[in-house]
Write a protein that binds this ligand. Structure first.
Ligand code: ZN
Length: 313
């Protein structure tokens, strides 16, 4: 199979792209994400039809945030779009006349990185995506590990801290409450509230109050060496690295790929993650260590990965 179409469903926009066998995006079409679940289905179909018109694309892969069933057809549960047992594959196939594969978005991104990005040359790879929350994907022996029911790799809700912080999922102490973009903002706000003088430069980037500090302010300040911003990244990194050590016990991959907006900061966040990973890795002095590397495809990973999964059939 030659060209396929990948679809990435974001909170604000839906992107569809024609992707070739080398993972290059040849053409894209984006539409705003509609507010209703049925509207999103229509918008996906419209974006696919627009980008596919005049191309020889033969199949469609859709990355969706949520639990996707083992047949890669139905979104069982999507917290943001409010899909519940949504038969997405059937609906899109009817509208676009091509075979469709639906995959969890973090799985699709992991597959994209494995095939065309930071995971090339590895057969056993675990990806974490540090975005607003924390997503994951597992490649074992060159295959995407989906689990019996299709929902493996949901690392964000591993309970890292018994009786820890309340999570939106209803549990407590979930990993993403400690290692995610949202956690980063909390760390910075807490530090700014406790010591406004030390956080003066960071506070100035927002509206002057701790609540006015946003992720982009922390990134900007950290790049300029601001101590509060750098400390906030380090705290996030400590939790991320500790979790990776646990994942090494579970999956023993040769590489961990760290993606998502937080990883855009490169070694500022990667180095403390590596340090924490080594600190918590059991028997660290006596075993080979997996590499901890930054994702390479950025925001394209999900679209490219979904398109490639559609190609694999
Ligand atoms: Zn949770």
């Amino acid at each position: 199979m030659g060209l396929t179409i990948g679809v990435d469903i974001g909170g604000t926009k839906i992107a569809a792209g024609v992707v070739d066998e080398a993972g290059a995006i040849l053409e894209t079409s984006t539409v705003p994400t509609p507010p209703t679940p049925e509207g999103v289905v229509d918008a996906i179909a419209a974006a696919v039809r627009t980008v596919g018109a005049g191309s020889t694309a033969e199949a469609v892969g859709i990355g969706a945030a949520g639990y996707v069933d083992d047949k890669r057809a139905t979104v069982l549960f999507a917290p943001n779009i409010k899909w519940r047992h949504e038969a997405l594959k059937d609906k899109i196939e009817q509208r676009v006349g091509m075979p469709v594969v639906v995959e969890n978005d973090a799985n699709a991104a992991a597959w994209g990185e494995y095939r065309f990005g930071a995971g090339r040359g590895h057969e056993d790879v675990v990806c974490i995506t540090l975005g607003t929350g924390l997503g994951g994907g597992i490649i074992l022996g060159g295959r995407l590990h989906r689990g019996r029911f299709g929902v493996a790799g949901e690392f964000g809700h591993i309970r890292m801290v018994p009786d820890g912080l309340l999570c939106g999922c209803g549990s407590q102490g979930c990993w993403e409450q400690y290692a995610s973009g949202r956690a980063l903002v909390r760390y910075a706000r807490q530090r700014a509230a406790a010591d406004p003088e030390r956080a003066a430069a960071l506070l100035e980037l927002g509206d002057g109050t701790p609540e006015g500090i946003e992720g982009r302010h922390i990134s900007e300040a950290a790049r300029a060496g601001d101590p509060v911003a750098v400390d906030s990244f380090r705290e996030l990194a400590r939790w991320a690295g500790a979790g990776l050590a646990d994942l090494a016990s579970l999956f023993d991959p040769s590489a961990f790929i760290v993606g998502g907006g937080v990883s855009d900061e490169g070694d500022l966040v990667l180095e403390p993650i590596r340090k924490s990973f080594r600190r918590w890795l059991v028997g660290a002095r006596y075993r080979p260590h997996a590499r901890v590397v930054a994702a390479r495809l950025g925001g394209r990973a999900g679209l490219v990965g979904a398109a490639d999964l559609a190609r694999q059939g």
